[in-house]
Each structure stands twice: as structure tokens, then as C-alpha cells.
Design a protein around this ligand. Sequence first.
Ligand code: FAD
Length: 381
Amino acid sequence: MDFALTEEQQMVKEMAARFADAEIRPKAAELDETHAHPADIVKQLGELKMLGIAVPEEYGGGGMDYVSYVLALIEISKGCASTGVIMSVNNSLYCFPVYAYGTEDQKKKYLHPCASGEYLGCYGLTEAGAGSDPAGMRTIAVRDNAEWIISGEKKFITNGNVARFAVIAAVTDKEKGYKGISSFVVDLENTPGFKVGRVEEKMGILASGTAELIFEDARVPADALLGKEGEGFKQMLTTLNGGRIGIASQAIGIGRSVLEDAVSYAKTREQFGKPITSFQAIQWKLADMATELDAAELLTLRAAWLEDHKKPYEKEAAMAKMYASDAAMRASVEGVQILGGYGYSKEYPMERHMRDAKICQIYEGTNEIMRLVVAKNLTKG
Ligand SMILES: Cc1cc2nc3c(=O)[nH]c(=O)nc-3n(C[C@H](O)[C@H](O)[C@H](O)COP(=O)(O)OP(=O)(O)OC[C@H]3O[C@@H](n4cnc5c(N)ncnc54)[C@H](O)[C@@H]3O)c2cc1C
């Protein structure tokens, strides 16, 4: 067993870390304050090939592996969790399904612009009444000669207010249950009947837009269908497996930022005439954080390695997402505690880390659902 990174993986990690330190981290507090979409940063991420890391170069991507994706996304999320999820969704939830299930024409038309960073993509699965159980979705798509007509509303869609393209799941045959769900790739700027709805007010990742996508008899061309009719649910399960590796990486990045900020504060804060790092209560918190974050990173790299080697990774991705997000949440709560009153104040980034960490336990399958996925894999057969 070899834990060493390849030269290319090490290079990607260092490049992402340098970029995050210089361009992202100094702007993270302001982005949180203003809720502004980090358009300049996203543009630069595109130039660095960070928006389609594992997409082959011929389709505008970086042509790298998923281990590199994890390493880069940890560093970017360490700089700013909102930027991390923008990058994760574009890579895992948009570029992946278009690359994996798209025709050559669809890849040229819909993958290249997003993998290269010209535009952003988003992924519309969740609806007001269908979250953990997406098979209960109500959005429908009906074939009308050379077009499909899509009607329905998607909720909580990351990048939904800034994306040019979307992969959307819709029911094409009500009688067939989850086997009647299909995926479509939609050019949101050129789809009559489509509009962006409410942009969500939320607790954290405030510079990442979360929006409703509203389709009112929206007409898309016949070739918007991604893969075969009825295969949307299967595609979704595979897509979310990769997405969970992305969210695990985002959580680890947030946790790493917590640990760094906590150590640096604790070394300089003095009470009772000595630095608070001399108190065992503080030392134990830091030791637990560091251990859990390393464990989370190893779980996540294992899932990415399995994906790179085309081996099953559903259970491992669910374990990584659930463990990493729980570890980041625990770290951020303890991080606030280590900073005392300053941890609760907006003067320091710790309270932002705590707000940002929480979402990682919820999206792309809640951690309750992750435990079901792990248990299903343990007990099947
Ligand atoms: C900021 C943000 C960004 C998002 N981005 C996207 C996106 O880009 N695309 C997209 O499609 N969706 C997105 N989502 C939606 C997200 O994936 C869902 O919110 C999530 O899957 C949970 O669904 P829900 O909110 O309907 O909760 P529910 O499914 O209603 O769950 C409520 C509670 O019940 C629990 N629960 C449900 N079923 C079970 C069960 N069988 N066993 C045990 N417990 C259960 C859940 O774990 C949870 O604790 C986003 C959400 C947010 C908040």
C-alpha cells in the first residue's frame, strides 16, 4: 500500500492551496457578509481547470483523476466553503452526468462550456415534496414531436440562480415508478417557459446561490434527453455517489480551516498567565479534531481511488460524506468553544465555519440516508 501522492496529484494540491490562500481566503468573510456570487474566483477556477477536473481535456476539462479532485476541493473549501460547493456541484453533479451519459453532440454542446469554466452548471433533483425520497418527484416531461415539455418546480438548487445549464430529473412515465424517471440537460437561457424562482435565505454557505427552478410548459429539444428514457433514477444514484465525495471534501476543507484557526488562536490567547494551549482540555479538543479530520480525509481518498479504478464505491462514498461532515461539524462546535466569546463573535471566522459545516450533514443525501446506504450495502445479498 502506498500513501504517497503522484507528482501530478501533489502539484494540483499545492496549486489549489496557493490559489485559495492568495485569492479566496482573504475574500471569504466579505462574501459571507454580502452573499455575493464569487464570479471572479469562479472565472479563475475555470482557468485553472478546477471546474471540470476529471473531465477529459478534449471536452474542456483538466483530464485528471478523482484523487486530484478531492485534494483540490479540500484546499478550495478551506479557503471558502461557498466556493467549494459551487465547484463541487459543477464538477460532480453537472459535468459528471453529462460526460457519463451524454452523446458526443451533447458533450460538445453542454459539457465543454461548463468543464472549461465558461459557464456554470447545476443539478435539479429536489422538489418541495421530494427530498430524501426523490422518486416522489412531481416534475413531468411529456414528448411533443421534436420536443419535450417540462412542467414542475425544483427546490434548493445550488448554482440555480447563476447557472447557464442544468441536468434535471423528471417523470416521463408515471406508471413505472422510479423506472419512469428520466434526465434532461437544459440550456436555461434558451428555454421558453423556464424561470428562476426564489433564491433561498439560509444559515451558511451564503455566497453560494440556492434557488428554485420553475418550468411552466418549458420546451426543450428532443436531444435534451440524457441517456435513455427511464434511466434517470439509476443515473442519479451514480451521480450522487460522486457528489458525496465532493461534499466530504468540502467538509474536510471547512474542518481544516477550523483546526488551523483554533490552533493559531489558542497559541496566542493567554488566561491564568499562560497560553490556553497549556490546558489539557484545549489540547484534547485539538487532538480529536486533527485525528477525525485525518480519518475523514483517508475515507474520502479511498472512495476517490475506488472511483478512479472503476471499482464499486457507493458504500465508501456514503461513509466518507457522513463521517467527514460529522467530523467537520464536531470540529466547528469545538472551534467556537476554544475561542470562547470570540468564537461566537463575527470578529473571527469560527462562527462562519460552524454555519458552513452544518449543510454538509444535510445535502446530497442527509447523514441519516448515508447510514441507510452503508447498512444496505452491509446487509444485501
Ligand atoms: C443549501 C442547499 C443546497 C442544496 N443543493 C441542491 C442541489 O443542487 N440539487 C438538488 O437536487 N438538491 C439540493 N439540495 C436539497 C438537499 O439535497 C435536500 O434538502 C436533502 O436531500 C434533504 O431533503 P429534505 O430537505 O426534503 O429533507 P427530508 O427528506 O424531508 O428529511 C427531513 C428529515 O427526515 C430524515 N429522513 C428522511 N427520510 C428518512 C429515512 N428513510 N430514514 C431516516 N431518516 C429519514 C432526514 O434525514 C431529515 O433529518 C440542497 C439543499 C440545501 C439546503
